[in-house]
Design a protein around this ligand. Structure first.
Ligand code: F6R
Length: 259
């Protein structure tokens, strides 16, 4: 795992944006896996800022796959993750909506298999951007999720619903269920880029990186993947026992450009 302790959320946004742009320049038809929630927003704003300034690559041939989707929201609901990613990133980058995918809650019996097939038919995900829940969830694989799971319906914990109530009027409006890529789905992506900011993520980050591999911390499954980059601000890195070592490794990497 590449643990990259950075000085601020802004530095994370720059490095994550560099990494995405670098991939799209090398592979104009790259398949990007996208996270929603608050953490990736500075990265998305940075990508849009560069694109609008005419400095980004062309995204016309890119395809994207969201990590997850709420079940039970009205189609087109502004808090659905598909509507969110259109609004926060893909429309602004000029990616045709036909190329922007999310798990489809229309038919829950077939949704998981259909999503897995769509990802496979696209050739798999080249770069998967990830956040982490304060309880260690990865996408919406809550604690106890199978580390081999594929896309399916999951029930959100009360904590996750409370965390996400800020996007809705109240916790009562946050759906109880989601469709989420499984941990096994995520592990199939070529390169995983986890970003975490703020002290509220410190325990989950430490458990994911330095704790035992366990379904009690689904994000610990990252330890099984051959190419993971973890971008942390000081708050999120604060509980890492080997932080000094990670700093040393990062400082040693001459001309670090590419994750
Ligand atoms: C969102 C997702 C979640 C979030 C996590 C952190 O698509 O899969 O795992 O990444 O809940 O959310 P924020 O970034 O809002 O703290």
């Amino acid at each position: 795992m590449e643990i990259v302790p950075l000085a601020s959320a802004e530095e994370i946004a720059h490095l994550a944006a560099d990494t995405i742009e670098d991939l799209v320049r090398r592979h104009p038809a790259a398949v990007l896996g996208l996270a929603t929630g608050s953490t990736p927003l500075p990265t998305y704003r940075e990508l849009l800022r560069r694109h609008r300034a005419g400095r980004g690559p062309s995204y016309h041939a890119v395809r994207t796959f969201n990590l997850d989707e709420y079940v039970g929201l009205a189609p087109g609901h502004e808090q659905s993750y598909l509507a969110t990613i259109h609004r926060e990133l893909t429309d602004g980058l000029g990616i045709d909506r036909d190329r922007v995918h999310g798990p489809d809650p229309a038919d829950l019996v077939t949704a998981g298999q259909r999503y897995e097939r769509a990802i496979a038919e696209a050739g798999g995900i080249d770069l998967q951007l990830l956040g982490i829940g304060g309880n260690g969830h990865l996408a919406f694989n809550e604690q106890g999720s199978s580390l081999a799971s594929l896309t399916r319906v999951k029930t959100l914990t009360r904590r996750t619903r409370a965390d996400n109530a800020r996007f809705f009027g109240s916790i009562d409006e946050v759906p109880h269920h989601v469709l989420t890529q499984g941990v096994g789905t995520i592990l199939r992506a070529e390169h995983l880029v986890l970003i975490a900011t703020g002290a509220a993520k410190a325990d989950a980050v430490a458990a994911a990186i330095e704790g035992p591999l366990s379904a009690s911390c689904p994000a610990s499954a990252l330890q099984l993947h051959p190419h993971v980059s973890v971008l942390l601000d000081p708050g999120a890195a604060a509980r890492l026992a080997r932080l000094d070592y990670y700093r040393e490794v990062y400082a040693d990497k001459p001309g670090w450009q590419r994750l």
